[in-house]
Ligand binder design. Structure first.
Ligand SMILES: [Fe+2]
Ligand SMILES: [Fe+2]
Length: 307
């Protein structure tokens, strides 16, 4: 007896065979992926803004070149991800529109301001560090184009994480004022980074289904715990501390225990009330409008070459 399309889909997922754009897939699977991949793409390009803010003020030519390269990488990540999402039948124009009209979300972390040079270090170490933790398992996600995009993204994220840590390491060996700047930045970015893994498992409505479809390989809380365990050790190399009095190695669990997360802040920032939500969206819309002539020129060029 022939298998139904759904049985074929399920057995592919079970056998770790990637689902490709032309394969039959449940509508919900498609919708979940479009939501997740476009959200991810939006985060990459909105994420360029807080750091782009420091390119003109980087303290040396080397730092400036590295920061420019990093911000460009994030634009590239956005491009791969929008392209991966487009293979599911949603156009890039549509996704960008949803970002601009506030219907689509992006990572809440980018709604916090970057007020010192040390923030470039803390973002690389903590924000890109949390992103890697999330993204490495996505290299094995069940949807082929998404998984393949993640391979290159992860290589670049690991460079981002290291350059950030190196900025903080340099500051941590500097003057009293530099050490203070370093600690202050860690204090401000720590909790928003811990929140990047999303709501805890019992408050995350999509997790169970996404795990079943092998879109997700670990739950939010599992990834968050790995992140805390790694950072709690790395911060010692900086001679700095994480702003959590309850952070403590638990011999029984073989993990660090950590203090409660302020979910009220998380939901408030996600729903548009963070310190920079408006500024970020305005900057995106402005960049889009000012780039209209580039899209027109690219279209005209493509048309000419088709003829
Ligand atoms: Fe990225
Ligand atoms: Fe990055």
């Amino acid at each position: 007896m022939a298998l139904t399309p759904e049985q074929v889909f399920d057995s592919k997922v079970d056998q770790e065979i990637r689902i490709e754009p032309r394969d039959w897939m449940p509508d919900k699977y498609r919708q979940t992926l479009v939501r997740q991949i476009s959200q991810h793409a939006h985060s990459e390009i909105v994420g360029m803004l807080p750091e782009g803010n420091w390119i003109t003020r980087a303290p040396s030519l080397r730092r400036k070149a590295t920061l420019i390269a990093k911000v460009q990488d994030e634009a590239g990540h956005g491009l791969y991800l929008y392209s991966a999402a487009e293979t599911l039948g949603t156009s890039r124009t549509e996704m960008i529109e949803q970002l601009h009209n506030g219907k689509a979300k992006y990572s809440s972390i980018f709604n916090y301001p970057t007020i010192s040079w040390a923030d470039m270090g803390a973002i690389g170490w903590l924000v890109d560090g949390a992103a890697i933790m999330n993204q490495v398992p996505l290299c094995r996600t069940s949807y082929g184009p998404y998984a393949r995009a993640m391979v290159r993204i992860c290589k670049e994220e690991s460079f981002h994480q290291r350059q950030g840590f190196e900025i903080l390491l340099t500051l941590s060996r500097g003057t009293e004022a530099q050490r203070h700047m370093c600690q202050d930045s860690i204090n401000r970015w720590w909790w928003p980074s811990v929140m990047m893994f999303g709501p805890s498992d019992d408050a995350s409505p999509h997790t169970a289904q996404s795990m079943k479809w092998k879109i997700k390989r670990f739950t939010n809380d599992e990834l968050r715990q790995k992140f805390v365990d790694i950072c709690a050790e790395q911060v010692k190399l900086l001679g700095m501390t994480l702003p959590d009095p309850l952070l403590n190695w638990n011999e029984v669990r073989q993990h660090y225990d950590f203090g409660p997360i302020n979910w009220e802040e998380f939901w408030s920032v996600i729903s548009g009330n963070g310190p920079c939500n408006k500024e970020r969206l305005d900057a995106r819309v402005k960049a889009h409008e000012e780039g209209e002539w580039v899209r027109q020129a690219a279209n005209a060029y493509a048309k000419k070459h088709r003829q």
